[in-house]
Each structure stands twice: as C-alpha cells, then as structure tokens.
Design a protein around this ligand. Structure first.
Ligand SMILES: [Zn+2]
Length: 266
C-alpha cells in the first residue's frame, strides 16, 4: 500500500522479501500496473535466475543483484547493470582480487576463488586485502553496457561455514557462544533452517539436562525464552527454540551435526 501511495520506483531488499511483497500485492488485488516500480536491487542472500524471473514477472520490474558487506560499506560494493549475470565492482573505490583460498595466490581472471577487497578511498577504517570468504570470479573485459568497471561473478557460496538467514550473516559458533551464557543449556545444539512462506525460519534445538527436561512446562518455557533472548541479543535474529532431551541430537563420529539447512534455493 505504501509503495502504491508513495509512487515508489525502486525496491531494495532481500530477494525472498521481494517475493513476499509480490504475494502481498497480489493478495490485495494489485497488478504491477498499480505500482510505479521500475527496478529492484536485491541482495544479502544467494538467489537463482528462477527467482529473478519470478520477481520480475510478479512486480513488473527489472531485478538486479547487489553485493556488499558490512565490513566494507554494506550494500553497494558491486551491482549488476542492465546486462545482468555479473556485477560491476566500483574499482575507483575498491580493488578486487580473486585468490585461491588455500594458497592465498591470485587465480587467473574468470577462474573461481575467494574475493579479496582493498579499500582505496575509505577513510577511518580502510581494509587492505580483506578476505571476504565469498566465492566469485573476475571479468575485466569491457561490458556490453559500456562501463569499464570490472565485473565479479554472482556469488557462488562461501569458503567457511557462515549461513545467511533472512539476510543476516550467522556463524554456528555465534549461537554456541550465546548458549554458553545460559547455565541450563548444554553445548549440544542443532540449527534447522527451513523456509516458510518464502522467509527463512531458524529453529535452534538445544539439549537440556534430564532434570530440566522433566521440570514443569513453565520452567521449560522460561529456559526457551532465555535462549531465544540471548540469540536475539547476539545476532539480532529471532529464532524458534526447541528444548530436547539429552543425547537426542544426532552425532556422527561423536560430533553433533550442527546445521540442517533444508531450504530450497530462493
Ligand atoms: Zn555492464
């Protein structure tokens, strides 16, 4: 309703949220013609070409990928032009390199590797050869759009175990740290990530002692809320906490399987 009333022309959000907004518009009986949207820039989570087509059709716009990271400037380090398929990195501000994550050596243009960024105009906190852990590639050929900024390939995963949940970067170790603060929780936990109505849902299963597990429902609710609060404070992300009996989280070779990512690609 606000986009219609204000005559918004550009939408910037995560691609999954764009699809949610498109469904909401549809539920309200709006067609793309009722909105003045022309383009959208979507990022903060990986998304497929199928998802791009869905957003473009449902909202009647041209959908573009945007890349950035909070350590550098947030969104806007690189962005797709009208040609799409790769993102121009603004190399008057950021020098991009692609390296082999194991050896640290640069790889040839076009080859996949870890994206490394050096800030050349940022003051106060410039980063030199900052390892993003994001997997991409580099194309220095002049783009069909005429721009000469090199292009990085759309992001193809990470070199570490970081998860992206509703656009928030999450390392399982951060959840572990949050759990350490809670005396009722054991360090045995599992993260189950699913998608409900196209939005990511994080369920945190935590083993508690037999004593707590057989305590009153009220006590269990208190412990769950305490854990949810600790996660919210640490990660700024809401999680559904489920307390489980001791030794119920599957372990392989004695090590718990920490993450079950059951999301289909956006
Ligand atoms: Zn271009």
């Amino acid at each position: 309703m606000m986009m219609r009333d204000l005559g918004s022309t550009i939408l910037a959000c995560t691609p999954s949220y764009a699809l949610t907004l498109a469904d909401a518009a549809d539920d309200l009986g709006y067609s793309p013609d009722d909105l003045k949207l022309k383009s959208g820039i979507f990022g903060a989570e990986p998304w497929s070409e199928g998802s791009r087509r869905a957003v473009e059709e449902k909202l009647g716009i041209s959908a573009h990928d945007i890349y950035g990271l909070s350590e550098i400037i947030g969104p806007g380090v690189a962005n797709e032009c009208e040609v799409k398929g790769a993102l121009h990195i603004f190399d008057d501000h950021f020098v991009a390199e692609i390296i082999d994550p194991d050896s640290g050596e640069p790889v040839a243009d076009g080859q996949p590797g870890e994206l490394v960024i050096t800030c050349i105009t940022k003051t106060c906190l410039p980063l030199i050869r900052y390892r993003t852990r994001d997997i991409s590639s580099l194309d220095r050929a002049v783009c069909a759009c005429g721009r000469t900024h090199p292009r990085i390939g759309r992001l193809a995963g990470r070199t570490d175990d970081m998860l992206i949940i509703r656009g928030v970067n999450v390392f399982p170790s951060q959840i572990e740290h949050a759990l350490l603060e809670i005396e009722e929780a054991t360090p045995h936990y599992q993260l189950v990530i699913t998608r409900r109505d196209r939005l990511d849902v994080l369920e945190v299963r935590v083993e508690v002692s037999e004593e707590i597990f057989s305590d009153t429902v009220r006590r269990l609710e208190d412990v769950s809320e305490k854990i949810a609060h600790a996660i919210r404070t640490t990660l700024n992300l809401s999680a559904e906490v489920k307390l489980v009996e001791p030794k119920t989280i599957e372990r392989s070779e004695g090590k718990a399987k920490r993450v079950l990512d059951l999301r289909e690609e956006v």
